[in-house]
Design a protein around this ligand. Structure first.
Ligand SMILES: *[C@@H]1O[C@H](CO)[C@@H](O)[C@H](O)[C@H]1NC(C)=O
Ligand SMILES: *[C@@H]1O[C@H](CO)[C@@H](O)[C@H](O)[C@H]1NC(C)=O
Ligand SMILES: *[C@@H]1O[C@H](CO)[C@@H](O)[C@H](O)[C@H]1NC(C)=O
Length: 462
């Protein structure tokens, strides 16, 4: 045994130019991490108010399962600013949210109602706009909640509904231009009423722009408050839109806050993820691997022009004239993009059970993998890394393969021609590759053809 271990060490160090200088994502086929629920298949906005404008198969193929919206940027300037401008404006936004809720219910998806939108807190409202609790008076916020609760109840079942109490209250003065104390009072006030009057509806938050951590004073203050006020959110939410950071680190940092304030672990929800340069096939695959590893729901951020916010699944699908001034929010002719194909493969093809994977030590390269009846499927993602990377696959005998031999690998590419306006109807079949292996483990290279294309690798008995 001792000899074998030493030999193994020598073998690894004998190839410094390949493995040591490169990023390696590892897949452990023997380590079942549960059923795939395609946790990353959620959207921030992107669903039209008009029911059935986007054909069913676009929702179904990507495994659409979560939407967050509240009426900001409705087409044609509808909706004014919501509650802060008039009851009519409130109603237009609320009706759009109810329509989106009903669409979600049709597909068995959850709907996260963005109450800050209904209020009119868009980040571009007048500098003197009101906020809940101004001057210590909660009657206006109470009237707002009363109206929301009554509109929700009169719509019918609340299946799939979750409520986001506010959006990015920590992001400078953009979405909350008052003190954190006033925000916390609103949280406690809103939470108590919504919990009492909509007891089956999960309440989420705090949906911060900045990541949780003991070094984030906003978050630690929030943690102390919800503990003492007994208003603990049903899902812990923050956004991953700063262009850096990863799910493993931010989840550990959240747990440090929860432990320090004696707060319970709850489901994780990243109800905005991925910046514009991160919305490519290969980066999407990286996000999928990251979110799945920590079992976090993920809703893809939206960075399209204001006129397109209620269309195009936030840029995952497109249609004629989407890239020019003849764009019509109500037109049809939808087609999928290259990025959409990643979500489709993730939902439709990555069946069976998930298996454990690890990202490269610098976390720039990652993999998500499933095993179904002796077949493994692996998607390779990265933070747009262009050099050669490697995937190490362990426990090959789980697929009924011998402990050594030559591995046949089916390869698919997910290119991104013309970005979010390019039509891509299927991944590209790159045929088969072979890799010799021993010791029940194979390591094969990935040679990215550019910094946007994702790849899938399929192995197992043919
Ligand atoms: C926040 O409020 C201050 C004081 O009323 C105002 O000058 C500023 O423009 C406001 N900022 C935003 C983003 O609304
Ligand atoms: C939480 O804070 C709100 C707002 O101050 C208050 O109305 C509510 O009673 C508090 N709840 C508890 C359990 O302290
Ligand atoms: C994914 O699965 C579907 C349904 O089984 C199949 O038709 C399609 O060819 C598969 N796609 C790939 C890229 O293997």
């Amino acid at each position: 045994m001792l000899v074998n271990i030493l030999l193994g060490a020598i073998v690894v160090s004998a190839h410094p130019s390949t493995r040591q200088n490169s990023q390696v994502a590892v897949v452990n086929l023997g380590s079942n991490t549960g059923s795939p629920k395609h946790l990353a298949s959620g959207l921030l906005y992107g669903v039209p108010v008009e029911p059935d404008q986007i054909p069913d198969h676009f929702y179904e193929d990507m495994g659409f399962n979560y939407l967050r919206a509240g009426g900001t940027h409705l087409p044609n300037g509808n909706g004014g600013r919501g509650w802060i401008t008039s009851l009519e404006d409130y109603q237009i936004r609320m009706d759009s949210a109810i329509s989106n809720l009903n669409t979600c219910q049709k597909y068995g998806a959850s709907f996260n109602l963005l109450t800050a939108d209904i209020w009119g807190d868009d980040g571009g409202q007048a500098a003197d706009s009101k906020y809940p609790g101004d001057g210590g008076d909660w009657s206006d916020y109470d009237a707002f909640l009363t109206k929301i609760i009554s509109d929700i109840k009169s719509n019918g079942p609340t299946t799939g509904l979750t409520i986001d109490i506010w959006n990015e209250p920590d992001y400078g003065t953009v979405f909350w231009n008052r003190t954190q104390e006033q925000f916390l009072d609103m949280w406690g006030w809103g939470y108590a009423r919504l919990r009492k009057e909509l007891p089956d509806v999960p309440l989420l938050g705090p949906s911060t722009a900045y990541y949780p951590g003991l070094d984030n004073a906003w978050w630690t203050k929030f943690a102390a408050y919800v503990k003492s006020n007994n208003s603990i959110p049903d899902e812990w939410v923050w956004h991953m839109e700063l262009g850096y950071g990863d799910m493993e680190t931010t989840t550990e940092d959240l747990h440090a806050v929860l432990d320090a304030y004696d707060l319970p672990r709850k489901p994780l929800n990243i109800n905005e993820y991925a910046t514009p340069p991160e919305q490519t096939p290969v980066f999407t695959a990286w996000w999928i691997a990251q979110l799945e590893r920590v079992n976090a729901r993920g809703l893809r951020g939206v960075w399209v022009s204001a006129a397109q916010v209620f269309d195009l699944f936030g840029g995952l699908i497109s249609k004629p004239n989407a890239d020019n001034d003849k764009y019509d929010p109500e037109a049809g002719g939808y087609y999928p993009t290259g990025e959409y194909q990643v979500y489709k493969y993730y939902n439709r093809n990555m069946t069976g059970n998930r298996v454990a994977t690890t990202s490269s030590s610098d976390r720039t390269v990652d993999a998500y993998a499933t095993v179904d009846k002796g077949h493994a499927k692996i998607i390779f993602g990265s933070r747009s890394v262009s050099g050669t990377a490697f995937i190490e696959v362990n426990d090959l005998s789980c697929l009924g393969l011998p402990e050594s031999g030559t591995l046949d690998i089916k390869i698919w590419a997910f290119p991104f021609p013309n970005g979010r306006f390019g039509e891509v109807n299927a991944p590209v079949d790159l045929g088969w590759g072979q890799q010799d292996y021993a010791g029940n483990s194979a390591t094969f290279p990935v040679y990215p053809q550019d910094d946007v294309t994702a790849y899938a690798f399929e192995i197992g008995a043919k």
